[in-house]
Design a protein around this ligand. Structure first.
Ligand SMILES: *Cc1c(COP(=O)(O)O)cnc(C)c1O
Length: 418
């Protein structure tokens, strides 16, 4: 649990605000983020990397609310984007275009064009076809596109298969053994400017060794490129640092960085990191009300007002997320519950077999929900998307209104009467 979220006199607080008061004031379900936690998480990276030139590019896809981006942009944070939508969000939030790296294996010409216009730091290129399209797009504008090649280092990140991205059989990047050829191609293109080398091996990685192995492979390639007259300004190790959801023994950001920084000693390349989850996960929670307590012969269910459409991680990855009552119930009997939503799928659950003391009307807090939470939400079952709240010290701000039923069908049309 993050130090900005704690229990005092039986009440869960975020910074100086009680989570029950947020549920009362703004309704449930809602996501609640701590601005201080975001800032602390960013500073953890900056402090850990201070001995070497670096750029922290927050992976926008983990939580793309513009107030979250604004809070980080204010501190000088860079951004890792994967779409034009994320680019526009960063710009609206006041992000510096020259600190943006553009990842993703399916960039369109329109997306490249906009990113070239605003002058991003680097395109992380994932295929030769993409490289050719980028060269052509830049040529039409009379510009040079700054690039790195995203290599696939064939390192096992030892994480859930859906979020492992650095194995030979994954769809991402260019096989590190073929990267030299692609770099030589790139060097011969008139509107491409090689600036770096990139990779991203997966997410929720709880060991240091995959990062160390990856960095070694990247630097070997950087040396080979150097011998060929291709010099790099930066090496980008991607994101993927794990966070504590349950009782995983997690390294601190500092420990992860201390494992890879010695490899860069005496080298001039700037280190770029693209953290997402480790910046936002433990800075946010999801609040949800218990609608019904349903006791059956086999199981007890706490039916809550949040569902898989609001928080997909448990259904999609069998992710374990901590659930606690926002107010400690001293008079209630503890029982084992499955915490489930109202969506018509048995895969719709937030937590299984948890010891809880709940009664109908209670507010539950789902922890570590700041990353890959709201951003993965949908309108499945025609459920309006929930509100997002940002807490800062003793204040709470709505940073995204709850969707209305009108907004739910916005853009839909009935057929004309025949
Ligand atoms: C998702 C992603 C990240 C962030 O990963 P986390 O595990 O959230 O830190 C960074 N870079 C790229 C290219 C990504 O796709």
């Amino acid at each position: 649990m993050h130090s900005t979220i704690y229990r005092d006199n039986g009440q869960l607080l975020m910074e100086k605000v009680s989570l029950q008061s947020i549920a009362d004031k703004f309704g449930t379900p809602c996501y609640v983020y701590s601005k201080t936690a975001l800032e602390l998480n960013y500073h953890a990276y900056v402090n850990a990397l201070k001995s070497h030139p670096h750029l922290v590019c927050y992976a926008v896809k983990s939580n793309s609310n513009i107030a979250v981006l604004q809070s980080l942009a204010k501190l000088g944070c860079g951004f890792d984007i994967v779409s034009i939508g994320e680019l526009e969000r960063v710009l609206i939030a006041g992000g510096n275009p020259s600190k943006i790296v553009f990842s993703g294996l399916g960039k369109t010409a329109d997306e490249m064009s906009r990113a070239l216009d605003v002058g991003i730091h680097c395109f992380n290129v994932e295929s030769e076809s993409e490289l050719r399209l980028l060269n052509k797009t830049a040529e039409e504008k009379g510009l040079k596109a700054p690039i790195s090649i995203r290599v696939n280092p064939d390192v096992n990140a030892k994480t859930h298969p859906y979020i492992s991205t650095g194995l030979k059989e994954d769809k991402f990047g260019i096989d590190i053994n073929q990267a030299l050829d692609v770099y030589q191609d790139a060097a011969s293109m008139s509107n491409i400017n090689i600036v770096g080398l990139d990779c991203h091996i997966g997410s929720q990685i709880v060991e240091k060794s995959p990062f160390v192995d990856t960095m070694k492979r990247l630097l070997e390639l950087a040396d080979t490129l150097n011998e060929q007259g291709i010099t790099l300004n930066h090496v980008d190790i991607g994101g993927g640092l794990g966070v504590r959801y349950q009782n995983e023994s997690i390294q601190s950001v500092d420990q992860y960085m201390r494992a890879i920084l010695p490899l860069l000693e005496g080298r001039s390349e700037t280190l770029i990191v693209e953290p997402g989850r480790s910046m936002t996960a433990n800075a946010g929670v999801l609040l949800t009300e218990v609608l019904y307590v349903k006791v059956t012969e086999h199981k007890n269910f706490a039916v809550v007002d949040a569902a898989m459409n609001d928080m997909l991680r448990p259904s999609l990855y069998q992710a374990w997320m901590d659930v606690q009552n926002v107010e400690t119930n001293v008079n209630q009997q503890e029982k084992t519950y499955d915490v489930v939503g109202p969506v018509c799928e048995s895969g719709d659950f937030l937590a299984k077999s948890r010891q809880l003391t709940v009664k109908e009307g209670d507010c539950l807090c789902l922890f570590s929900a700041g990353a890959y939470g709201f951003v993965m939400s949908s309108n499945y079952n025609s459920r309006p998307r929930v509100a997002e709240i940002m807490v800062n010290e003793d204040s709470a701000f709505v940073i995204r209104q709850r969707e209305t039923l009108e907004e739910l069908i916005k853009g839909e049309h009935l057929l004309p009467e025949q």
